[in-house]
Design a protein around this ligand. Sequence first.
Ligand code: GTP
Ligand code: MG
Length: 454
Amino acid sequence: MLRKNLSLEDTIFALTSGALPSAVAVVKMSGPEAFAISEKVFFPHNEKLSKKRAVWTGILKTRDNQKIDNIVAVTFVGPHSHSGEDTVEFHCHGSVAVVKLLERELLALSARPASRGEFSYRALLNGKQTPTDLENLGDVFKASHSADLEAIYKRKDGGLEREIESFRSKLISLQAVLDTAVDFTDEYSHVVEQAAASVESIIRGCSVVTHRYSRFKNGKSLPKMVLVGSPNAGKSSLFNALLGRYRAIVSAEAGTTRDAIEEQIEILDRPWNVVDTAGFRSTDSAIEKEGIELGTSFLSSASIWILVIDGTVGLKKREVELLQSYRNIPHLVLWNKKDLNGWSAVSTPLSAKVIEGSVLNSFDIESFWCELENLCRNTQIGETGPIPTAVQAARLETISAALKELKDSIGLGLPPEILAEKNRSIMVQLENVVGKVEVDDVLGRIFSEFCIGK
Ligand SMILES: Nc1nc2c(ncn2[C@@H]2O[C@H](COP(=O)(O)OP(=O)(O)OP(=O)(O)O)[C@@H](O)[C@H]2O)c(=O)[nH]1
Ligand SMILES: [Mg+2]
């Protein structure tokens, strides 16, 4: 239905640069009448506008000769343009009035505003971009840090293909087992357990891959560093010191942070999500309780965690428990508030590295930062396999559903020939995961996720 309304006969335009006002605004017009319409509003200084690939300086005017702006125009003759059509880009001053006037004129001259992703749609239909190009482009826009970009550009390395192949070879082995079981029905019960385990492991593998895509899509692909400790220990003070700005409220009142706060920092050129959590203690407040639970739940997905302890209070039972429970996740202990009377050094030996100091002292923060860098340098960061594209992730979801059905069928004791048939069909689907992406696969994405002007 969308495609029916988006006639290629129309000449379309849109502001392709960011929000106004801005230094420069770029209004792009593409379609069969792009040059004819431009001739009526744009007057180059030195020669008449003509159909060639060029950069022009000149004056933008309304049809009744009112000056709009002095601009630079860039012209492209189809098919040698992004959309494959004749295209004119008006590089104006980024003023609301200038852009409004220009758009009013273009509209009056029978161009129409472009829909979301419509330039890309035309590029696709004119063979200037492949569906895979547009898929990758859509993800480039979502990338929030350099590691994401690297992962997108690395898609060509074949990492995902290798992963999918490992799933497929498990299914091939399973197929052999099921095919044999068809001939030896008596021994069939022996293979059931093996088959279920094999399918289960592929389901887990698929979910790891699709999870990578959803984490990337939700901007959650960064490794996480979680700050925990008792109320008042100085977690939010440390959080602010790491960020280099006052982000979390710091106060002498215990229980100040009630919800987890997440921000990004760079350590050794790598972005990290740092999470400040609510101090754990027994409380009657439902909100605070929830905050505490949330804080601890962050620990299980942390790449690194930091336990902040008030050195005037010392180690409590809960902190000892945490050090025990999460000992396998790299961590540091900050034995804080060294500047205060009543502070005493750690008395029991801890398995973790302990840094004694005060977050209020910049020298101590420097030392802490050095230790943190060492820890980050030596930390294997989570799951960093290849990120699938949206289409590949959707295909894997479908395969996961089919695998679950196969697993249920195994559980129900269905005959091996039926299982073998289901398994064969999943193998075919797996071959297709990294296969050709069709125009229809990406259309929905272009129209729903691409911005106007792209
Ligand atoms: N003197 C001194 N005061 C500190 C130090 N670190 C934190 N404080 C103070 O201790 C109080 C609590 O600090 P916060 O950073 O809010 O502690 P928190 O762990 O985030 O506390 P909750 O959010 O309640 O869990 C504030 O008054 C801070 O200024 C320190 O090293 N020395
Ligand atoms: Mg706090």
